[in-house]
Design a protein around this ligand. Structure first.
Ligand code: IDP
Ligand code: MG
Length: 167
């Protein structure tokens, strides 16, 4: 048994369909620990980096529109799960990428659909598929200070850039 991390994103359709509770409850079966969570608007830059492996696909532009919220709502909930065999445990509960092929008791099988106009698989959830991708994705979506555990090596940088504070 190997301790892993996984980036989970409840996609805009998951939020609009009010599935946050159902999805977190389903994932709690894994007994994994949530070590990071935030709601955010996905920038084009983040979306394109996240899905860079699909750049050559005919549905790429629609996929970017989808994750940026063009068809549902312009926010997602990002979570980092940590624990033994996190990647496969979570992918199993999510189900196959194509919601029509996913097990009917999986999250994607229950709640996903194929958008008949864009052809994008609106499958309500993202979950990392390998340790390498989990690391890349978590480091793309979260800074170390947003996580409750030090899951990857960190370093201190002294920056002087402006930041927002409470007035
Ligand atoms: P995954 O989300 O199961 O890891 P990926 O191949 O990484 O699958 O694809 C990322 C996302 O792109 C999918 O979750 C789905 O929303 C969309 N997608 C992937 N393959 C297709 C396809 O063949 N047609 C339409 N949408 C797709
Ligand atoms: Mg993937």
């Amino acid at each position: 048994m190997v301790v892993q991390q996984s980036l989970v994103i409840i996609k805009p359709d998951g939020l609009v369909k009010s599935l946050t509770g159902n999805i977190i409850t389903a994932l709690s079966e894994t007994k994994l620990k949530i070590v990071g969570a935030k709601i955010l608007k996905v920038s084009r830059e983040l979306a394109e980096k996240h899905y860079e492996h699909l750049k050559s696909k005919p549905f790429f532009n629609e996929l970017i529109d989808y994750i940026m919220g063009k068809y549902h709502t312009d926010r997602v909930l990002a979570l980092v799960y940590h624990g033994e065999e996190a990647i496969n445990k979570i992918r199993e509960i999510c189900g196959a990428t194509n919601p029509e092929e996913a097990s009917p008791i999986s999250i994607r099988g229950k709640y996903g659909r194929i958008n008949s106009k864009t052809k994008v698989f609106e499958n309500v959830i993202h979950a990392s598929d390998t340790e390498e991708n989990a690391k890349r994705e978590i480091q793309l979506w979260f800074s170390p200070s947003e996580l409750t555990e030090i899951i990857y090596p960190i370093k201190t940088e002294f920056l002087t850039s402006p930041k927002l504070v409470w007035a």
